[in-house]
Design a protein around this ligand. Structure first.
Ligand SMILES: [Ca+2]
Ligand SMILES: [Ca+2]
Ligand SMILES: [Ca+2]
Length: 353
């Protein structure tokens, strides 16, 4: 009780309170106002967060080609305090002219949808045409500085133009004909296509009857923007073949050539050939006839051999024999692809009067 009444005691208490208040204002207040909490190190002392947050694009590498919209997987983190906000920026180049979106807000640690095409985010075609920057800021105002090394900047090649297949199929078979042509069974054909692209053609595949026949060979291995491709084709069965090529560029833009329909030639078929009458003399008119069909409806040519070294190109020919004897007339019918069928009529007897 004596102690409580002592002036000196109260003076000591008052001094301690003043020192306490001073310490509070000088060391602690600042953190409470800024953070609402006081970060502490292992020894229970306060620590201010002075490290920058980090942002990184994880799903893509610089130098990849893009022709369609894509998604970026972005990682943001701050080791010592909390992230405040995250941003991105897109810089595009067209003929060395630079266009920037400026910094735009994005959701931290979320996918970022990037659109590709005319008037879109990556809106110009070209090598290194689209640069994407990401960054973040923590609650203490530390800001991440984007760089190529830590993958918070990536540059992309943009190409949305499909390859152009300038010609339908051509073939360099011996006769040099181009499609549509008639082909022959078990003959070898080199099917060729000519392709161009604004950047780089990666390859073509051959399709026959909508079945992938595999890759076509590039005639010049160093070609990029203009290439010829070829692949051998051997029609093993008679019939109709639908042929096209599908070609791809660096950015996986695919185009397909026009479909060419080609078919193996079918041989003319003679069902019967006749002569009427089958005997007579040198005054008798012998009438010849043939029934023939070409399954392709090709134009046909006729060649009668009357058996006496005399000939006719008329389908239903007539003939007078000059000498007595026995003859064996024959007809050969050819289509315009050079295939033919032949037929022997009955024997013709020319009697002496
Ligand atoms: Ca930080
Ligand atoms: Ca292209
Ligand atoms: Ca024919």
């Amino acid at each position: 009780m004596r102690l409580l009444k002592s002036k000196r005691f109260w003076l000591i208490i008052l001094t301690l309170i003043i020192i306490g208040v001073l310490i509070y204002f000088i060391f602690f207040k600042k953190y409470i106002i800024e953070n609402g909490s006081i970060p502490l190190n292992g020894q229970g002392q306060e620590v201010k967060d002075k490290t920058d947050p980090a942002s990184q694009i994880r799903s893509l590498n610089s130098g990849s080609w893009h022709g369609k919209n894509f998604i970026l997987d972005v990682l943001d983190e701050d080791l010592e305090s909390k992230l405040d906000f995250c941003e991105y920026k897109i810089i595009t180049y067209n003929n060395e002219k630079e266009y920037s979106t400026g910094w735009l807000k994005r959701k931290c640690n979320s996918d970022l949808n990037i659109s590709v095409g005319e008037g879109k985010m990556c809106g110009f075609e070209g090598r290194n045409a689209c640069w994407i920057y990401v960054r973040s800021k923590d609650v203490n105002g530390n800001q991440h500085n984007p760089s190529l090394e830590n993958k918070s900047i990536i540059y992309l090649h943009i190409d949305w133009s499909k390859p152009i297949i300038s010609k339908a199929f051509i073939t360099d078979s011996l006769d040099g004909q181009s499609y549509p042509i008639f082909i022959e069974e078990n003959e070898s054909y080199n099917l060729k296509t000519e392709v161009s692209d604004n950047f780089k053609i990666t390859g073509c595949n051959l399709y026959i009857d909508y079945q992938n026949q595999g890759i076509m060979l590039r005639e010049d291995s160093s070609c990029q923007k203009k290439c010829d491709f070829g692949k051998e084709f051997i029609p093993e069965q008679p019939g109709v073949y639908q042929i096209f090529a599908a070609c791809k560029d660096n950015a996986n833009n695919i185009s397909k050539s026009e479909t060419v329909e080609t078919r193996t030639n079918l041989v003319p078929v003679i069902s019967s050939c006749r002569v009427n009458p089958t005997s007579g003399n040198i005054n008798t008119q012998f009438n010849f006839s043939v029934d023939v069909q070409d399954p392709d409806n090709d134009p046909l040519s006729f060649s009668w051999n009357f058996g006496n070294e005399e000939f006719s190109n008329i389908k239903d020919a007539s003939h007078f024999y000059k000498n007595p004897g026995t003859y064996n007339p024959e007809i050969i019918v050819s289509d315009d692809k050079g295939t033919n069928d032949s037929c022997l009529t009955a024997w013709v007897s020319i009697l002496e009067d």
